[in-house]
Design a protein around this ligand. Structure first.
Ligand code: TRP
Ligand code: ZN
Ligand code: CA
Length: 447
């Protein structure tokens, strides 16, 4: 039986310290204090990211090209091709179960739009973001710059939906407006994000130009964990990478980096020239720009290196999967116990035995197992509750004149799924009738 009966005040700091002294690790042999068993190295291996279909990414580029063609040849801020691009991406995400929102701002007397898509679930206090600017310059359709990043972020988000991914972190995808006017959209987003929300961002990954026709493989040299995730992925493909140096701060990651958010990203090169050393390791043409159509009318669907777009899209999805997976959560079946004896006053006040749980993620299970071992000469005297860290009490056993036996040695199952796992849980025992007496021998919780 699992009904909530009462609320008690939160523990005082002094009580919290006392509570720690009673804590024992799983299978700890004696009544000495020890931390809970550390999560085994095997805890929760993340599912591998899927291969992102290049054909799907290219289909998005075809759509963005059609949008530009139908709207004067570009998808620039303040032009109808930009809003049509937002509508296209948003419709795909809405159909896939994302929670989308369009953020409006004004720049150069024209309305601009950011598109934000949240994947429901994950830890709201750990948000992993991936983003790309969706606007082009006014001189061309912007298929490599930055249809490529926009399409790859979109297709990775759709892959999250197809996989029904349940990441430990909360995932958020973003498409920025007016990057080409000076990172305007992403700066606006960051400036309007309350400080508390900003502090929840565990990382921002940026994808701006990832299908350059004469591609290089550049990784942003910023947050070391994000950087290593990308480098390891390319190393696994046998593709050498270099640090991105063609203008640090020239894309939307700078807006996040400026407020202290860990950032990273990928890039295949813009107007800089590929060296012969680079052509040797990556192929392509030495002495030619990575993207000869950078910011020009020829940045069309013909201006894409399929291999580069494919590899970078897969790397993007790999990073989303890897960096959003929980690796610190202990596996099911961890037991936390307190084996310190607690005398129960005869016909007196309730007493408690504490167990402090830490290092877990999210809520307690729907079938939390509560091990109760009470030595007593008449168990019918005893009222027993499990008290969650927030004070909610779950009745385990009522007193009863007919319950005529000694001792309580039971494992109760409690639906504690609305309770945070971490914190100090109490076994609360009251002896409500005089004569028979006893003590709490041990109390355990198995998650
Ligand atoms: N759209 C970017 C720009 O502002 C392209 C770019 C050039 C870029 N250098 C970069 C993007 C370095 C990322 C990193 O011109
Ligand atoms: Zn760009
Ligand atoms: Ca009694």
């Amino acid at each position: 039986m699992t009904h909530s009966v009462s609320r008690i005040p939160r523990r005082t700091a002094a009580a919290a310290v006392l509570a720690l002294t009673g804590l024992l690790a799983t299978a700890a042999p004696a009544a000495t204090a020890a931390p809970p068993a550390a999560a085994p190295a095997t805890a929760r291996t993340a599912a591998a990211a899927p291969d992102i279909p290049l054909a799907n990414v290219k289909a998005h580029l075809t759509q963005l090209q059609s949008i530009a063609t139908a709207n004067g040849g570009n998808r620039a801020h303040g032009r109808p091709g930009y809003k049509a691009s937002i509508d296209y991406v948003k419709a795909k995400l809405d159909a896939a179960g994302f929670t989308t929102s369009v953020q409006q701002f004004t720049s150069n007397s024209a309305v601009g739009y950011n598109l934000i898509a949240d994947w429901p679930g994950g830890d709201p206090n750990q948000v992993l973001m991936a983003g790309a600017h969706l606007d082009s310059v006014s001189s061309g359709p912007g298929i490599n710059d930055n249809g490529s990043g926009s399409a790859a972020v979109l297709e990775s988000a759709l892959a999250v939906s197809r996989a029904g991914l349940k990441p430990a972190k909360h995932l958020r995808f973003a498409w920025w407006g007016a990057e080409e006017l000076g990172l305007v959209g992403s700066k606006y987003y960051v400036a309007n994000l309350p400080a508390t929300e900003r502090s929840k961002l565990s990382g921002y990954m940026n994808f701006d130009m990832i299908g350059s026709p004469n591609a290089g493989y550049f990784v942003y040299d910023d947050d070391p964990v994000i950087e290593k995730t990308f480098k390891d992925y390319f190393a696994g493909l046998g593709v050498p990478t270099e640090i991105e140096t063609e203008g640090d701060g020239r894309s939307d990651h700078a807006s996040f980096k400026n407020v202290g958010v860990p950032v990273g990203g990928l890039f295949t090169g813009a107007s800089r020239t590929k060296t012969s050393a680079q052509a040797q390791k990556w192929g392509g043409t030495a002495g030619q720009a990575f993207d000869r159509c950078y910011h020009s009318s020829c940045d069309t669907t013909s201006n894409i290196n399929d291999t580069a777009l494919d590899r970078n899209s897969d790397a993007l999805a790999h990073a989303v999967w890897t960096l959003s997976a929980g690796t610190t959560e202990p596996p099911a079946g961890d037991t936390y116990q307190n084996t310190s004896d607690v005398p129960i006053p005869d016909g007196g006040a309730a007493v408690t035995s504490p167990v402090t749980v830490s290092g877990r993620t999210g809520n307690a299970p729907a079938a939390l197992r509560v091990g109760v071992d009470i030595v007593h000469t008449w168990r019918g005297d005893l009222v027993i509750d499990l008290v969650a860290p927030d004070g909610t009490a779950y009745r385990l056993k009522n007193s009863s004149g007919g319950d005529s036996a000694d001792n309580v040695r039971e494992t109760y199952t409690v639906d504690a799924s609305v309770e945070a796992a971490n914190g100090t849980w109490l076994l609360r025992v009251q002896d409500v009738a005089r004569y028979d007496t006893g003590y709490i021998n041990s109390f355990s919780l198995t998650f």
